[in-house]
Design a protein around this ligand. Structure first.
Ligand SMILES: [Zn+2]
Length: 681
């Protein structure tokens, strides 16, 4: 459907503590024409604009054909051209969104932002085009296949939600508001991307506690200073291991004030304009509007869902807090509090003391190159596909590489890996769609955009266990995009299922980073080649359960902020106050004054009120995982069935039905609750 509602990049959730810191498709008919891979002509900024304009022109032409039809409306003369309209408009929007987030040249990124605006404008106009709406409404689909019926049902619903029924004056206002919202959102994201802060350390002594590989790759510069960035490859290890609390605190404060003050006013505007739009469309608040077409159905249900998880975690996290505090008292007998920047550090200490697990010992088994290879080998094995590296690919940065996905003798998609930080690049982890697959038109293409260590010479890029999970997570989104890329209708392809289901396949794939039967196949000591010991993996998983209440309470916090700033009249919204109130009532740590985390909480643009999707999807992911066998994670039998019933179906059916097809029953909370309880012993 229009990218206004479904167009998105899928970002990873935020980590606790560190922050406070065909099968494919149903149509065997036509082999995809496979236009060349994205970026193949290595465009400069004007060339890129011309390419995207070309897509929009094709969308325009298909729209003209659709509207010119005289007489009876049919699948052939109406739905087919409609599919082409959306396909080409989506291509322009997806490609521009990726380029504005990753291209190394800021002028190119600025051009991409303009293209995004044009593509969003096209989509917005389309969504309010009554001629198109009436044409689709007039098609008799009673004898068509279920996917076609579902396409029409969903499309008409989305047209109504977009405001197609409103009078001309209201529709004009909606259009103007949407254009503004695109620009405000871009500003918000850009301020986060461009504010990559760092601190300077005056001696290597301040790195005490850090692993040797980290110290080796962080030697003083010519001025004698050591630069430590707030981006993940530096921040995760510092927050977990630095014995010097002052260093952790300084880095924490920089991170918490990223995009402050720039995004103060920008966020307030985003909230106000979304509210205005929701009201115009006949909804009480933006949260009511944005939840209506999700599995959860309403903002009130999100509130209830939050209460349900809070009950399972908030009190338990206060118990965990006492354990952290006790650990701190071993260092400082007078300690009375654990601060935000001490959470990851003491969590690590407790894991070592009580669970005999020190993630520094696991790091040598997770060299970047091995993990990357492992993610591909594991998924290749369980899903029966192969990945072929493209030689000398044309890419936007020399560190990016590209692959083809083959299923037997058939190429079913392509993807890019853009996996290391660089200035001006999106600084979280996400899967970006580039093209949705559509049988007979184009192969699916996607990009993984992450910020892992490992592109410095002489640095093996040792990853944290959490990084390895993130890699599997994002690759889970990517495979969903590819496996559901053979649909007849582009708006139903890839990850175009309900948004609150979309995280389930990625969260499910994280499980392959947790069990020896999978990890031993690729996690080899980078110096000795020895596979990660089974005992270490067991300890890693057991220790991972400790702190789960606090980690989940942090997710409750993010979910609460995301809902609360969008579920009321903006005249009652003071984001600092909402954050403060939520933090004080949910988290066990004392709130740190002068922090403005919401200004760099990027999901508040992309996800707006629906950060809850992560926990909602996790309920489903945990339930689905109960069908897999942790002792035989590389056995392809269940994954093959899962690929066929859940992934390949994309958005052709409501997600609840796909899950039912796989589980042979409705999903429930049992596995999720057991997972939470694991940590509360
Ligand atoms: Zn995700």
């Amino acid at each position: 459907m229009f990218h206004l509602t479904s167009f998105r990049s899928l970002a990873a959730p935020l980590a606790a503590g560190l922050l406070m810191l065909q099968l494919p498709g149903t149509s065997e008919a036509a082999a995809p024409k496979s236009p060349t891979i994205f970026y193949a002509n290595r465009p400069d900024a004007p060339g890129f604009r011309a390419d995207c304009d070309g897509e929009l022109k094709q969308a325009e032409a298909a729209l003209g054909r659709l509207l010119a039809v005289k007489g009876k409306r049919t699948v052939e003369n109406t739905l087919k051209p409609y599919n082409e309209v959306v396909l080409h408009a989506d291509n322009a929007a997806y490609e521009a969104s990726l380029m504005e987030s990753v291209h190394p040249d800021s002028a190119f990124r600025a051009t991409a932002e303009e293209v995004t605006q044009a593509a969003q404008k096209f989509a917005s106009d389309l969504s309010l085009n009554r001629g198109v709406y009436e044409a689709i409404q007039a098609v008799d689909v009673s004898k068509e296949t279920p996917d076609t019926k579902y396409l029409v049902e969903r499309t008409l619903r989305d047209f109504r939600r977009a405001g197609v029924d409103k009078d001309d004056a209201t529709r004009a206002k909606i259009t103007a508001l949407r254009e503004e919202l695109v620009k405000i959102g871009q500003e918000f994201d850009k301020n986060i991307r461009n504010d990559s802060r760092s601190i300077e350390l005056s001696s290597v002594d301040e790195l005490k506690g850090l692993p040797d590989d980290f110290i080796k790759s962080h030697q003083p510069g010519p001025d004698g200073k050591i630069k430590i960035s707030i981006e993940y490859p530096d921040r995760f290890p510092i927050m977990s291991y630095a014995e010097n609390g002052e260093v952790r605190k300084r880095l924490y404060m920089e991170r918490m004030n990223r995009a402050y003050p720039q995004n103060m006013a920008v966020l307030d505007q985003l909230i106000a304009k979304r509210y205005e739009l929701a009201q115009l469309l006949g909804y009480k608040t933006w949260a009511d509007y944005v939840t209506e077409d999700k599995m959860i159905k309403s903002a009130a249900n999100v509130s209830q869902f939050i209460d349900r998880i809070s009950a399972l975690t908030v009190a338990a996290s206060k118990d965990e807090y006492q354990i952290f505090l006790k650990a701190k008292r071993a260092d400082d007998p007078t300690a009375t509090t654990i601060e935000n920047w001490e959470y990851a550090y003491y969590s690590n200490k407790v894991k070592k003391r009580d669970y005999d697990f020190d993630s520094r010992e696991a790091r040598p088994y997770f060299a970047f190159a091995d993990v990357k290879k492992g993610v591909m080998e594991v998924t290749s094995k369980i899903f029966g596909v192969s990945f072929k590296k493209i030689d000398n690919p044309t890419v936007w940065d020399p560190t990016v590489d590209a692959y083809e996905v083959w299923d037997g003798g058939k190429m079913i998609g392509r993807f890019f890996f853009d996996l290391h930080p660089r200035p001006g690049k999106f600084n979280h982890a996400a899967q970006f769609q580039i093209r949705q697959g559509c049988a007979g038109y184009q192969l699916p293409e996607a990009a993984l955009v992450c910020n892992f260590p490992g592109d410095e010479p002489n640095d093996p890029g040792l990853m944290e266990p959490a990084d390895v999970e993130t890699f599997f997570h994002e690759f889970g989104h990517l495979l969903h995009s590819i496996f559901a890329g053979g649909q007849r209708w582009e708006p139903l392809a890839g990850t175009s299922t309900e948004w609150d289901f979309v995280e389930a396949p990625s969260q499910l794939l994280e499980e392959w980073a947790r069990y020896a039967s999978s990890l031993q196949s690729f996690a080899k000591n980078y110096q000795t080649g020895e596979a990660i010991p089974v005992a270490m993996v067991e300890k890693m998983r057991r220790s991972d359960a400790f702190g789960r209440a606090t980690d989940t309470a942090f997710q409750v916090l993010l979910t609460t902020i995301s809902l609360r700033i969008y579920d009321r009249d903006p005249s009652q919204v003071n984001t600092d106050k909402i954050v403060e109130e939520a933090e004080t009532s949910i988290m066990p740590f004392p709130r740190v004054p002068n922090t403005h985390f919401q200004r760099s909480y990027g999901h508040l643009d992309g996800y707006s009120a629906i950060y809850y999707t992560y926990q909602w999807s996790l309920v489903i992911a945990k339930d689905m995982f109960s069908k897999f066998d942790p002792a035989h994670m590389l056995d392809p039998a269940v994954p093959t069935m899962y690929r066929k019933t859940v992934l390949a179906a994309g958005g052709t059916k409501p997600a609840g039905e796909l899950v039912h097809d796989f589980l042979k029953r409705d999903f429930d909370y049992k596995a999720y609750e057991a997972y939470l309880r694991e940590g509360v012993k």
